[in-house]
Design a binder for this molecule. Structure first.
Ligand code: GUN
Length: 291
C-alpha cells in the first residue's frame, strides 16, 4: 500500500488566494490594507529567510508588511520599546517578533509585551488561555495549519485517536488543544514518554513535532494512519522531517512531505491571522468559513 501525499503547498496556495480576496474586501470597506509588522533581531540565516518569505507572502496577499531589523546586541529595553510603539500604531494589526532571540533577551518578556489582540503568532499567555478555554483569540500558525490539513484529508475528526509528539508552547501544546476542540482523544508524548512506538501504534492521527530527524519509523504506525510531520531538520542528506518518509509511505494512509507539507501552511495561517485581526479591530465582518 502507498499512502497519499498531503500537498500542503497546494492547499496553502488556495488558502492564500481566498485570503487575498477577503483582504481586498476589507481594504475597500476599511479604507486601508491590513498591516503586519515583523521584527528580526540579529543575523540568524534561517530566521532571515523566514522573515523574507513572510514579507513576500504578506504583500502578495495585498497586505502591508513592515520589517524592523535590530542588531544582535540590541538592548532588551529597546526591543520592548519598539513593541510598545507597534502596539500603539493603529495601522498595525499584527506583530510578530521572529524567534529565537539572542541569549541576552528574555523571550517571555517580549512575547508577553505584545498586545494580545495583535498577537498573530498566538504566543501570548492570554491567547494560550483563550485557546484552552474556547474563547476566540489567535491560534499559533503551525498547529492551525496542521488542523486545516487534517480536516481537508479526513473530514470530521470526532472520536479519532491523536498522538502529538512534542510538548512545546509553539506547536505541541496548542496542537493538543485544537485536537481536543475537534473531539479527538489526544495523547501528548515527549522525550520522557516510555515505549513511544507503542503509544504511536494506536493513533489514527500522528503529529510529529520533536525536531529529531526521521525519528518516527514506518513500523510504529497503525496502517492507514494520517501523519503530519512538523519537523524541519537540516542533515547532510538535505532537509528531512521528524518522520521516516519512505517508511511512513508504505504503512500510513496519508503523509505530509518535508518540504511542501506543513511549512507553507504556517505562512498562510499568519496571513489569515493578520486579516482576522484587522477585521476585528475595524469591525469588518469576514467570511471566516472560507478561510
Ligand atoms: N520561529 C520559528 N517559527 C516561528 C513562528 O512561527 N513565529 C515566530 N515569531 N518565530 C518563529
Amino acid at each position: 500500500m502507498t499512502a497519499t501525499i498531503i500537498d500542503g503547498k497546494a492547499f496553502a496556495a488556495g488558502l492564500r488566494t481566498r485570503i487575498a480576496a477577503q483582504v481586498a474586501t476589507f481594504t475597500e470597506s476599511a479604507g486601508r490594507a491590513p498591516g503586519l509588522a515583523v521584527v528580526l533581531v540579529g543575523e540568524d540565516a534561517a530566521s532571515a529567510v523566514y522573515v523574507r518569505n513572510k514579507g513576500k507572502a504578506t504583500q502578495g496577499a495585498g497586505m502591508i508588511s513592515i520589517e524592523h531589523r535590530l542588531a544582535a546586541d540590541v538592548a532588551q529595553d529597546e526591543l520592548l520599546a519598539l513593541v510598545d510603539t507597534l502596539n500603539a500604531d493603529s495601522a498595525i494589526d499584527g506583530i510578530l517578533v521572529q524567534l529565537p532571540l539572542p541569549g541576552h533577551i528574555d523571550e517571555r518578556a517580549v512575547t508577553t509585551r505584545i498586545d494580545p489582540d495583535k498577537d498573530v503568532d498566538g504566543f501570548h499567555p492570554v491567547n494560550a488561555g483563550r485557546l484552552a478555554t474556547g474563547i476566540a483569540g489567535f491560534v499559533p500558525c503551525t498547529p492551525l495549519g496542521c488542523v486545516m490539513l487534517l480536516k481537508d484529508t479526513l473530514g470530521d475528526l470526532t472520536g479519532l485517536d491523536a498522538v502529538v509528539i512534542g510538548r512545546s508552547n509553539i506547536v505541541g501544546k496548542p496542537m493538543a488543544q485544537l485536537l481536543i476542540a475537534e473531539s479527538c482523544t489526544v495523547t501528548v508524548a515527549h522525550s520522557r514518554t516510555r515505549d513511544l512506538s507503542t503509544v504511536v501504534k494506536r493513533a489514527d492521527i500522528v503529529i510529529a513535532a520533536v525536531g529529531r530527524p526521521e525519528m518516527v519509523k514506518g513500523d510504529w504506525l497503525k496502517p492507514g494512519a494520517t501523519v503530519i510531520d512538523v519537523g524541519i531538520n537540516r542533515t547532510e542528506a538535505g532537509l528531512v522531517g521528524d518522520v521516516d518518509f519512505a517508511g511512513a509511505m508504505s504503512v500510513a494512509g496519508a503523509v505530509t512531505p518535508v518540504p511542501g507539507g506543513v511549512g507553507p501552511m504556517t505562512i498562510a495561517c499568519l496571513l489569515r491571522n493578520t486579516l482576522v485581526s484587522a477585521a476585528r479591530r475595524e469591525g469588518v465582518v469576514l467570511d471566516e468559513a472560507a478561510l
